[in-house]
Design a protein around this ligand. Sequence first.
Ligand code: BGC
Length: 809
Amino acid sequence: MTGTPTSPDIEEAVEAALGKLDLDTKTRLLAGQDMWSLPAVPEIGLESLVMSDGPIGVRGVRWTAGDPSVALPSPTALAATWDPDLARRAGTLLAQEARRKGVHVLLAPTVNLHRSPLGGRHFEAYSEDPFLTGEIGTGYVRGVQSGGVGTTVKHFVANDAETDRFTVNNLVGERALRELYLAPFEAIVENAHPWGIMTAYNSVNGTTMTEHHHLVNEILRGEWGFDGVNVSDWTAARSTVGGIEGGLDLAMPGPDTVYGEALAQAVRDGGVEESTVDEAVRNVLRLAARVGLLEGVAPAVTDLPEAVDSEGLAREIARRAFVLARNEDAALPLRPGTTVALIGAAARDARVLGGGSATVFPDRTVSPLDGLTAALTDGSLSYAVGADPNTELAVADKGFELRAVCRDEAGTVIGTGAAPTGALTWMGTDLPEGVTHDTLHSVELTGTFTPRESGPHTFGIKGTGTFTLTVDGTTHFDAVQRPADDADPFETFFGAPQPRAQAELTAGQPVEVSLTHIVALPEGPGFKSLVFALAHQAPQRDPDELIAEAVAAARAADTAVVVVATTERVESEGFDRKDLRLPGRQDELVHAVAAANPRTVVVVNSGSPVEMPWRDEVAAVLLSWFPGQEGGAALADVLTGAFEPGGRLPTTWGALADAPVTQVVPVGGELPYSEGVFIGYSAWEKAGRTPAYPFGHGLGYTDWTYESVEVHGTTVKVRVRNSGERAGREVVQVYLAPTTPDPDRPARRLAGFAGVTATPGETAEVTVQLPRRAFEIWDEGAWSFVKGSYEIQVGRSITDRRLTATINV
Ligand code: BGC
């Protein structure tokens, strides 16, 4: 059962509960109780509702590797499957995770669009195309809610970049808003009935989204009939009256927000009608009832789906998402008995997910090296680092044994906490037993470090405030570390660690390490979070030597597999990208390896597009996204040919210099979306430029012949034949192009797609129903159906169009 429209029983229970609440309790409920939850109200049988990020896993209320979660592939990867049913299954797994962790509402999915490839959270959104985004988002929301767990579709709306995200005023024309940015939200509201939505930090056309009466009350609720909760993005609510009048139900995190007492007072002063507050409370109670937290009424879902095998599904999604962008002379799959030189830092230390609030902590990750070692058991695998893009320090992890010791002002130990890594993130009341914010004066991360390599090791600090760093008995830093002037307010989460100590260490010989932080949280009420990290970097090898080693390994093997990657400092929440280049000397590495071995396969481990200046020099290019915790196992499945890579590009991959829409930096606080409805492939087509790989592109291990297309009304039937030598899956894409070009309209738009499987020689038929919206434009305040002649173009990508048919509507 999917997220259903509300039931009469739930409405009745909500009204009864609302009638029993006094004003102060109502406004306290809307303010939240802590970082992730709402207060319980036992008088009306309301339990505390817990929310958590999202979208590739369920982190739960604690931000620590000590509370692990399944990590699925990045949202870009999920969209690359072009399979809403697989997205639904992912959602079912996430609901299972949420239940395991006591979470009732998942802060996901992210359905903002890939407007500019520089967007820092590009990896966390699905696509540049609103239709594909809406389809994948619908599947996802249906899946999560079928498990009785709510969703908050985010970030409503036009939160498509990170620079100055709290203040930027995005200037978006009505038409682009309707046809592009609002479209996925609209489709998901209509088709999956999400129980929540999250309003963004940014402003749209002069009004901040947490106060946007027009977009929230008039469009989302009024036109589309959304009956769920509108929760602010974290700390986005700025005005008591503006928020409540603008349709914002929940101001998070609590409890000291613009709601609570301030809202009660506004009602008492006559600035806000109590009925407006009631409307918000009704929405919150309805959500609580749906997820089973309101006594006396059955939750929206009583039949839970069957248990999901998490590792199996994570692995399946990863291989279904990998996009084989190039495969000369059938370089892939690898022939049995092939010797393989695996190269790349990310082949050993896999980058399985993107940074920021989307972070979860899987209890295991399978790296490409792990995956291939398990698959190629005949000793045919060698490994070389080649180039390490991690030029900065990373959170202390491998080799560290740490714990967190809490002391009061007198220096007495008042509690001890686990520290599975060097990152300490304690939010709200999530403190070690016996410790309170009133008594806590300092936290010391202390323990040992056993190096893997001998040489100069660098240690550093991430976070702001007073720190003391001691390594092997020497105190290297005892001072205040401050953020840069232009830092994002969440800099402590996303900022770069600062190198503060260097020590000459010997492999295998443990040394004592200690990082003490003097806690300086704001006095009095207000949300309290304690975030800092001990960072480390192993001795850096000579980069020329590393490349030479990799070249030698490549020369000695039949095939070289080079894994190149972005880093957490490239793709994350909190900042945008500056360019699309692979960090470090990875491009140089690929050029050198390709020159040494004609059978070079490059695996690109990034959540969003990177430039690949070597792509015509190598035999194969496989885009693996951030592949989630089972990524290395899925990679082995695909390289060995046990499965074919099933992905198609959900977004255009091209060089930054050619990309038509790139701007993410506001000028004078404003970011004009001056390209109107032309983003992604529409913009590339309009500009007449050719990207490296177009939207929809992706090869498999078999061939497909497009045999026929028939159109009856708006039903398109396509026959394809598997003309290759092995079974496979094809994504049949249907584009709709007005026959008479209109300069104000994209030349063509994705109007439908369907996946189909067939064995060699087998013919299969797919049926695609063209939605009415594909023929409409937003014109002077209303949807307008554009009559006339259209070409239906069917093919394998936006540029590889195999069949056409003309219709008149
Ligand atoms: C992000 C949201 C996230 C929230 C809670 C914000 O910084 O923009 O996507 O859900 O934090 O972690």
